[in-house]
Design a protein around this ligand. Structure first.
Ligand code: ZN
Length: 89
């Protein structure tokens, strides 16, 4: 059944047109698939980020840290005074 379709297409005087149409259709299908995959990936990323933020601190979001230049301890990025050595940033 499939081979008869191929024979029909091969015998067709519109072979180049058919080929181009198939190509365009294939590219269109591929694009739609890629877009769907990309959106799913981004949504999964957002879900992961929300899950990361929720369990710990509700207000501050993900905890960013910086290194104190005096004592080399890690303190929160928003801190103005080091909690270990009282160094002022
Ligand atoms: Zn310090």
């Amino acid at each position: 059944m499939f081979s008869t379709i191929i024979l029909h297409v091969l015998a067709s005087p519109f072979l180049p047109l058919t080929f181009v149409l198939l190509l365009v259709w294939g590219v269109y299908r591929l694009q739609r698939k890629f877009k769907r995959d990309e959106r799913a990936r981004i949504e999964a990323l957002w879900r992961d980020q929300r899950n990361d933020i929720e369990p710990g601190s509700k207000s501050s979001g993900p905890v960013l840290e910086k290194k104190c230049p005096d004592c080399a301890e890690m303190v929160k990025a928003d801190a103005r005074i080091c909690r270990f050595c009282r160094h002022e940033f």
